[in-house]
Design a protein around this ligand. Structure first.
Ligand code: SAM
Ligand code: SF4
Length: 362
């Protein structure tokens, strides 16, 4: 979130996490697992993914500790859980309940100061119909469901699973239990599902859902990404506008999606233009991988080992719980201090990160 002009930063405000380009960290993406029950072709191969050993994956207590430090010490006011597929991790509502209890400090420079964090989840929706009630009861505020096609056979080709009906049911149940808004994420690939841009937009309009089209990024584990397979924001928007006239909404701030409203009043649609219109200059995000590595960018080539501190490090005086909060804070500050200006997708200087989308946490 960018700083609101109505809320000037007071001298007494909590110290924030600000990088060397002046961007303030507000949003933490936490991957709770690298495993998944789908095999989306733009994300991972059908076979052969190497999963993290379970002992490498952070416990819920460890995740909550890092989250608490980020909220209490830096005024982070939004957390999104992702993966892999977060709902395949056992007892996810237990984690949600603990995170939902985190409150943004009253003196934080945030519109949510003194209130609970904004807690969201990104899921493929396959089991959402079964778990939506429990997630809601645990305190989850918002859900994004990934859905790239409305065609059953294409869904099976794209995810290697015959689960379109379960996902559609999951979206409906999420709406019934009161998640508002439910958003749908759709990755668009040339020659794969670009013929469904309008159908997906129609689905959003008919179901009171904001569809957010995502440009295909070079983060698939197979390394098959090609610039030619990216369908850019301009093309996506003009395809929709031709049938359903659109008007762009004011600047997105730090949110990744540019947004438009349908001129006939039937809701909004978004595009995340990572490749054709990078938004790194406004980025307020950092990430914690399932194995406890702190990353300041999806495309970062460096990671900072928080798990090593959580499980060892310079123990506090009581000799318990690994390193002190101060030591963890120092590592996170160092990482953010080294955050780069942005990725260089499409340029010769671009270097693919060592890990892929599901291993980092999208
Ligand atoms: N499994 C969950 C899901 O699919 O929603 C959460 C994790 S997934 C990695 C998070 C988001 O990243 C999804 O919306 C997915 O479509 C998107 N994604 C995965 N690989 C991508 C790629 N190569 N380019 C763009 N988006 C991608
Ligand atoms: Fe799994 Fe999500 Fe990757 Fe699809 S995009 S394979 S659902 S992690």
């Amino acid at each position: 979130m960018s700083q609101s002009p109505q809320q000037p930063r007071s001298a007494a405000a909590k110290p924030e996490l600000i990088d060397s380009f002046g961007r303030t960290v507000r949003d933490l993406r936490i991957s709770v697992t690298d495993r998944c029950n789908f095999r989306c072709t733009y994300c991972m191969p059908e076979e052969g993914m190497q999963w993290l050993p379970r002992t490498d994956v952070l416990t819920y207590e460890e995740i909550v500790r890092v989250a608490r430090i980020c909220v209490e010490r830096f005024g982070v006011d939004g957390i999104r859980l992702t993966g892999g597929e977060p709902t395949v991790r056992a007892h996810l509502p237990v984690l949600i309940e603990k995170l939902a209890a985190l409150t943004v400090p009253a003196d934080a420079d945030s519109p949510r100061a003194g209130r609970p964090i904004d807690l969201a989840l990104t899921t493929n929706g396959a089991t959402l119909a079964l778990v939506a009630h429990d997630l809601k009861r645990a305190g989850l505020a918002r859900i994004n469901v990934s859905l790239d096609t409305l065609d059953r056979e294409k869904f099976q080709r794209m995810t290697k699973r015959d689960e379109l009906d379960s996902v559609l049911e999951g979206i409906a149940v999420a709406q019934e239990v009161g998640f508002a808004p439910v958003k749908v994420n759709a990755v668009v690939q040339r020659g794969v599902n670009d013929d469904e841009i309008l159908a997906l937009a129609t689905f959003g309009r008919d179901n009171n859902i904001e569809v957010r089209f995502i440009e295909f990024m070079p983060l698939d584990a197979q390394g098959g990404w090609l610039n030619d397979s990216v369908v850019g924001q301009d093309e996506i928007v003009s395809t929709i506008h031709h049938t359903y006239p659109l008007e762009q909404l004011p600047s997105r701030g730090a949110a990744p999606a540019d947004r438009w409203r349908y001129l006939d009043g039937r809701g909004t649609v978004g595009v995340i233009p990572t490749v054709t219109k990078p938004f790194c200059g406004d980025c307020d995000r950092v990430r914690l991988t399932a194995d406890g590595q702190f990353r300041t960018c999806l495309f970062a080539t460096d990671e900072f080992d928080v798990r090593a501190l959580l499980r060892g490090g310079d123990r506090d005086d009581a000799g318990s719980e690994g390193a002190t909060d101060d030591a963890i804070e120092a590592l996170l500050r160092r990482a953010v201090g080294e955050k780069w200006a942005g990725h260089n997708i499409g340029q010769v200087s671009f270097v693919r990160p060592r890990r892929s989308m599901s291993q980092i946490g999208g």
